[in-house]
Write a protein that binds this ligand. Structure first.
Ligand SMILES: Nc1ncnc2c1ncn2[C@@H]1O[C@H](COP(=O)(O)OP(=O)(O)O)[C@@H](O)[C@H]1O
Ligand SMILES: [Mg+2]
Length: 462
C-alpha cells in the first residue's frame, strides 16, 4: 500500500493527540465521507454548507482508518485545535519532504486547462502529482498538497482566489519552483475593485516562490507591467514570458485553427517549434505554451513536451465537443457551461467564429457572467462584437445580467432571453435541430450544464 503518512507523522505535524491508532498508516486523505480511498485519514473540515464533524461516524463506518477532528474524540480520532489548520500542517509536511519540482498555476482564466496541460507533459516523463478538477481554494490546495506522495517527481497545483490575500497563503503552502500566471482579466471584480487590484492579487503567487524560482507570465494582457513590477519588488530573479506579443521568451506565431485542432509555431531561443493541439482555440495555444515553458524549466525536452501536448484533451464544461446524432447531419454541441468571464467568453466566441455548422445554423446560448460588480452591465454589453463576429444566427440569453447584451445587440436580434436555465431548456428543445452548431457558455452558477445535458439527451441517439 501507498503510505502518505504514519500516525506518528500526523501527530508530529499537527500536534494532535490520539488514544489509539499506534502504528497506523494512512494511504489516502479525504474530506468527503463518500469518497474515501484506501486506509483513509478523514479530515473533518467545515465547508460552506457542511461541517465534516457531522460525517465522522459515517466516514469511520465506511472504512476510514481515522478521523482528524477539532471536536469530540474517542476511538480512531486524532484531536487537533483546528482541523483545517491540521490539514495545512499535513500539506506543509508533505511539501517539505518532497523532492518534486513544483509548479503553481494561477490566473483569471485557463488555470485548470494549463494545470492539466502541464500534468500531461510531466506524466510523459515521470511520476506526477497534480490537483484534481479545480481544487484550488483554502481547503482544496492543502488537501491536494497533503495527498502528494513523497515519491512524486513533479507536482502541479492550481491556485484560485475570491479575495485579496488568498493566493498569498496558498502559495506559501505550495512553495512553487515555477509560478505561472495564465492571464489577468475581469473575474471576481466585485472583490478587487479594478483590474490592477486583480493583478496585484494574482502577483501574490510570487510571495511563495522558492529561492531561485521562476515566474512564467502570459504577456497578452494589459496588466503585464504591473506583474513585472510586483515580481521585481518581490525579488523574483527569473522571469519568463510567453504569448503572441512581440519580444517574449516563448513567442506564439502563425496560429491556425481547424474545427477541432489548433496549430502554431512557437519560437524560443531563435528556434521554431511546431505545436499541434487536439483542441481548438488561441487561448488553448497560449495555455499549451505556458505548459511548454514550465516543462522546459523543469528539464523536460521540448520535443518530448510537444509530443505529449499533441495528445492533450479537454474536460467537460470547458470546451468539450459533443457530436450528436447521425453522422451526415450531426448536432455539434460545444460545452462551455462550467464557467464564464470576459476573457473566457471572448476566447470561446473566437473559437466558435471558426466553426462551421454541419448543415444548419450557428447557435449561441450565453448565460450571465457572475460576480462582475459595478461594471457588470458594461462588460456584458462589450460582448456584442464578439457575438456578431462569431457568426451566430440565433442568440439565446439566460440571466438578468444578459439584459445589457440584449440591449447592445438590439432586442429583436435576440431569439429568446429567459431569467433561468430551466425556462430556456424547453425553448431550445423546440428550436434546435440536427445540423446545428451550438455553443453553451455561462458562469457555473447559471446552471447551463443542465441545458447541455438536455441537449445531449435529446439529440444523442442515432
Ligand atoms: N488562457 C485563457 N484565456 C482566456 N480564456 C481561457 C483561457 N484558457 C481557458 N479559457 C476559457 O476559460 C474557461 C475555463 O477554463 P479553465 O481552464 O477551467 O479556467 P479556470 O480554472 O481558470 O477557471 C474555458 O472554458 C475557456 O473558455
Ligand atoms: Mg479551475
Amino acid at each position: 500500500m501507498l503510505s502518505l503518512f504514519t500516525v506518528e507523522e500526523v501527530l508530529a505535524a499537527t500536534h494532535g493527540a490520539t488514544e489509539d491508532l499506534a502504528g497506523a498508516q494512512f494511504g489516502s486523505i479525504s474530506i468527503d465521507s463518500r469518497e474515501l480511498g484506501p486506509d483513509a485519514l478523514f479530515v473533518a473540515i467545515k465547508g460552506d454548507r457542511f461541517d465534516g464533524h457531522d460525517f465522522v461516524e459515517q466516514a469511520l463506518q465506511s472504512g476510514a482508518a481515522a478521523a482528524l477532528v477539532s471536536r469530540g474524540g474517542g476511538a480512531q480520532h486524532i484531536v487537533v485545535p483546528d482541523a483545517l489548520d491540521g490539514l495545512r500542517d499535513l500539506a506543509r509536511a508533505a511539501r517539505s519532504c518532497s523532492r518534486a519540482i513544483i509548479v503553481g498555476v494561477t490566473g483569471s482564466a485557463g488555470k485548470t486547462t494549463t494545470k492539466e496541460a502541464i500534468r500531461t507533459v510531466f506524466e510523459a516523463v515521470g511520476e506526477t502529482h497534480a490537483s484534481i478538477k479545480s481544487f484550488n481554494n483554502h481547503w482544496g490546495v492543502p488537501l491536494m498538497l497533503a495527498r502528494m506522495p513523497a515519491s512524486a517527481q513533479f507536482g502541479v497545483f492550481e491556485m484560485g482566489m475570491s479575495g485579496p490575500g488568498e493566493i498569498r497563503s496558498l502559495t506559501q503552502l505550495v512553495r512553487p519552483h515555477i509560478a505561472v500566471i495564465t492571464t489577468i482579466a475581469a473575474a471576481h471584480l466585485e472583490a478587487f475593485g479594478s483590474l490592477e487590484g486583480i493583478a496585484r492579487a494574482k502577483a501574490e503567487i510570487f510571495a511563495g516562490l522558492e529561492p531561485g524560482g521562476t515566474a512564467v507570465l502570459n504577456a497578452d494582457h494589459p496588466q503585464l507591467g504591473g506583474l513585472l513590477d510586483q515580481a521585481s519588488a518581490d525579488g523574483v530573479g527569473n522571469i519568463v514570458t510567453y504569448g503572441e506579443a512581440r519580444g517574449v521568451d516563448w513567442q506564439i506565431l502563425d496560429v491556425h485553427m481547424a474545427a477541432d485542432k489548433s496549430f502554431a509555431s512557437i519560437e524560443h531561443d531563435g528556434v521554431r517549434h511546431s505545436l499541434v493541439l487536439n483542441v481548438p482555440g488561441r487561448h488553448m495555444v497560449a495555455n499549451a505554451t505556458a505548459a511548454l515553458a514550465a516543462a522546459y524549466l523543469a528539464g523536460v525536452e521540448i520535443n518530448v513536451a510537444l509530443r505529449a501536448l499533441a495528445g492533450f484533451a479537454l474536460q467537460a464544461g470547458r470546451g468539450k465537443r459533443l457530436v450528436l446524432g447521425p453522422d451526415e447531419t450531426p448536432l455539434l454541441l460545444i460545452d462551455e457551461s462550467y464557467n464564464a468571464n470576459i476573457a473566457s467568453m471572448r476566447a470561446a466566441l473566437d473559437v466558435f467564429a471558426a466553426q462551421q455548422a454541419p448543415l444548419g445554423r450557428k447557435v449561441v446560448v450565453l448565460g450571465d457572467m457572475l460576480e462582475l460588480g459595478a461594471q457588470s452591465a458594461s462588460l456584458h454589453a462589450s460582448l456584442g462584437d464578439a457575438v456578431l463576429t462569431s457568426g451566430a444566427e440565433r442568440i439565446y440569453l439566460v440571466g438578468p445580467a444578459m439584459d445589457a447584451l440584449a440591449e447592445e445587440l438590439g432586442r429583436d436580434q435576440v431569439t429568446a432571453h429567459t431569467k433561468t436555465a430551466a425556462e430556456m431548456a424547453p425553448i431550445l428543445r423546440n428550436d434546435l435541430a440536427y445540423g446545428d452548431a451550438v455553443i453553451v457558455k455561462g458562469s457555473n452558477g447559471v446552471g447551463l450544464s443542465t441545458i447541455v445535458e438536455n441537449i445531449a439527451k435529446q439529440f444523442g441517439r442515432n
